[in-house]
Design a protein. Structure first.
Length: 216
């Protein structure tokens, strides 16, 4: 394979952007089921995000292919190297076979948190803005309550970030176009869906402003 061009739009942490790439099939076999993807690397070449979003590509020998490739920025903001590559899924990356993988030096900017909306609660403003700027589209925290229904026990204050939090984010702060898609004890909630990055941090303390549903 031969990379003929690659251009990248500005990148914000955790957000989608777009790259335009032009590749050529410089071999003798038709490309079948190949996908354009990418790796985010640190300044020493260590992988930060190895499996980027896939984009289908096909080409006959000697043929060029142009694609607009969606790219999601890494978390947190900072300086990274973006390496483009082609993958034959579940078999190999073409760079592993000796093909050139072009790299770009990229300054990843903080995510824009200006339109974030906190649903059903107050508090945690500064911490929430910082988490969105770090790259998370959905941010949830613990709930300060006088009376705590059993459904809300997982949201008791205490602890820190939990990347494996198994429950919906209650009274979430969401960036557009995300909206609450669930409800817990009468409070708005967001159950992770799609590939938007999300964060639960119990150090963010929220005060629900909606009346809880009474237990039966």
């Amino acid at each position: 394979m031969r990379w003929l061009a690659h251009e990248l739009e500005p990148v914000r942490a955790g957000a989608l952007t777009r790259a335009h790439v032009v590749v050529e099939n410089a071999g003798t076999a038709v490309w079948r089921e190949l996908k354009i993807s990418y790796h985010w690397l640190d300044d020493r070449g260590n992988p930060i995000v190895w499996d980027g979003i896939r984009t289908d590509v096909s080409a006959s020998p000697g043929e060029r292919a142009e694609r607009d490739v969606p790219v999601r920025g890494p978390i947190p903001p900072g300086r990274y190297r973006l390496a483009f590559d082609l993958v034959d899924e579940h078999r190999f990356w073409l760079a592993e076979l000796g093909n050139h993988a072009p790299e770009l030096e990229v300054e990843v900017a903080p995510r824009d948190a200006s339109e974030a909306r906190l649903f059903g609660a107050d508090g945690g403003d500064e911490q929430i803005r910082a988490a969105h700027a770090e790259g998370y589209a959905a941010v949830g925290g613990s709930l300060e309550l006088r009376r705590r229904p059993s459904e809300l026990e997982p949201y008791a204050p205490g602890g820190g970030r939990n990347p494996a939090f198994a429950y919906p984010l209650v009274c979430p702060s969401l960036l557009p176009p995300l909206e609450p898609n669930d409800e817990v004890a009468g409070l708005p909630a967001w159950r992770p869906e799609g590939d938007e990055p999300w964060l639960y941090d119990a150090r963010i303390r929220l005060r629900p402003r909606l009346r809880l549903r009474k237990p039966p």
